[in-house]
Design a protein around this ligand. Structure first.
Ligand code: SAH
Length: 218
């Protein structure tokens, strides 16, 4: 491994320790974050800051989420290996890579073509098999539904109906699909987890407060 590779690996291990200190206890999430080279998902000019616990610009006025936020959302989603998970807001592709590292089947939608193309390239170069689509994620991905989980990585004013309807129905031996979505306006959002308990029945709970770039319809 190159000196630079060793340097990033050390920084990645430090970031995992930092996230643990900040309250992330799920070892599968920490292991995934410890395995994904975040420096590959940011501009080369930004690589020195790749392992700071900060959001960073990725172009098109968008950001790669702060590692704590990625860890928190992933833990809240609680994905199991081989589950079908839909992400809305591919952005850099980092969150998708973290899910891949957990053995999940990842579907992801992004509304900026340039970001979609770049994320697709980076994910492929790292050997991740992700189903990535360019389009409006507020409509979900009907052709691939139902999903065991949906994770929205942009701040939503309300919960889009199509996302609720694309969650898997509960069965005798499986709970229904779950949606993790930050809900709130420009002043910040509360992380919600919504579980499908019946055809038109959902149960919601609230987590911590965050500040995301907006989920834009259309
Ligand atoms: N998960 C990303 C975070 C990206 S920031 C990462 O790991 O880097 C949120 C992203 O959501 C932005 O790229 C933004 O363009 C995208 N977005 C906003 N509204 C959207 C919509 N309706 N459909 C799909 N993507 C959307």
């Amino acid at each position: 491994m190159s000196d630079l590779g060793r340097h990033f690996r050390r920084q990645r291990a430090d970031l995992v320790d930092e996230l643990r200190e900040k309250g992330i206890v799920e070892e599968n999430v920490l292991t995934a974050i410890g395995a994904v080279p975040r420096e590959r998902f940011v501009d080369s000019a930004m690589q020195a800051r790749a392992y700071f616990d900060q959001a960073l610009p990725i172009g098109n006025s968008q950001t790669i989420s702060q590692p704590f936020t990625v860890a928190y959302q992933t833990a809240f989603l609680d994905p199991r290996p081989s589950e079908r998970i839909l992400e809305i807001g591919t952005g850099s592709g980092y969150q998708a890579a973290v899910l891949c590292a957990m053995g999940v089947r990842v579907f992801t939608v992004e509304r900026h073509r340039a970001l979609h193309e770049r994320a697709r390239q980076v994910l492929r170069s790292l050997g991740h098999r992700v189903y990535a689509r360019y389009g409006d994620g507020t409509q979900g991905w009907q052709a691939q539904a139902p999903f065991d989980g949906i994770i929205v990585t942009a701040g939503a004013i309300g919960v889009p109906d199509p996302l609720l309807m694309q969650l898997a129905m509960p069965t005798r031996d499986r709970a229904g699909g779950r949606l993790v979505i930050p809900v709130g306006g420009g002043k910040g959002q509360v992380m919600k987890r919504i579980i499908r308990v019946g055809r038109q029945d959902f149960e919601a709970e609230s987590g911590e407060a965050f500040r995301f770039v907006p989920l834009v319809a259309g």
